[in-house]
Design a protein around this ligand. Structure first.
Ligand SMILES: [Zn+2]
Length: 204
């Protein structure tokens, strides 16, 4: 929704890494082991992958980053990259959701291995089927959606990603209540970003 509203491509580091895993590359095998244990991939590895993408023409007008930066080192690397490339500072959208809500959402999540669409057993009307309503493939639970793995990722998030928020203060930081419906979260984000992009592009 944000990607089409802003007219820029979305780049999910999680999705990029999972596709390396699916292709069984050397990087993919190393990543698979880390992800299955709820651990993060090394900063250097992720920085290299993201910046290689950002230098492609598709991303010249801007880009929506999902799952990056996740550490203070990655955040500093991204800031330095943007500054050196003469690009504006990043806007940070902090979708704030309490741990209990995250746990409930993830343990009821299924993903289509083919078209990557994500379904939630508590909110999506799947009925009796576990087939993807978009393409008909059999839905799967992701290897990193087990409760013990999620709790370990939440601890890591608190310790490793939490300190990033201290770097991002001021007008480019936007805290959004992430407990609401996707539509309400989207409208909340639009309200916050619209004034920032005034004069940047009339269509916003
Ligand atoms: Zn599908």
């Amino acid at each position: 929704m944000l990607s089409s509203w802003l007219g820029v491509p979305a780049l999910s580091t999680g999705e990029m890494l999972r596709s390396e895993v699916a292709e069984g590359t050397e990087l993919g095998r190393a990543v698979a082991e880390l992800l299955a244990n709820g651990q993060f991939v090394s900063d250097d590895m992720v920085n290299r992958i993201v910046v290689r993408k950002l230098q492609q023409p598709d991303y010249a007008r801007g880009c929506l980053l999902d799952g990056y930066p996740r550490t203070v080192q990655q955040a500093e690397y991204l800031d330095a990259f943007l500054t050196n490339a003469g690009k504006p500072r990043a806007h940070v959208l902090h979708l704030d959701v309490p741990n209990e809500v995250i746990l409930a959402r993830l343990t009821s999540r299924l993903q289509c291995p083919n078209c990557k669409h994500i379904f939630n057993l508590t909110t999506d009307a799947l009925g009796w089927t576990t087939e993807c309503t978009e393409c008909g493939s059999l839905l799967e639970r992701r290897a990193d959606d087990r409760e013990d793995v999620i709790l370990s990722r939440l601890r890591t998030y608190h310790d490793v990603t939490g300190p990033i928020l201290a770097l991002y203060t001021g007008e480019n930081y936007h805290r959004i209540d992430g407990t609401r419906s996707p539509d309400d979260v989207f409208h909340g984000i639009q309200e916050r970003l619209r004034p920032c992009f005034d004069g940047f592009a009339a269509s916003y």
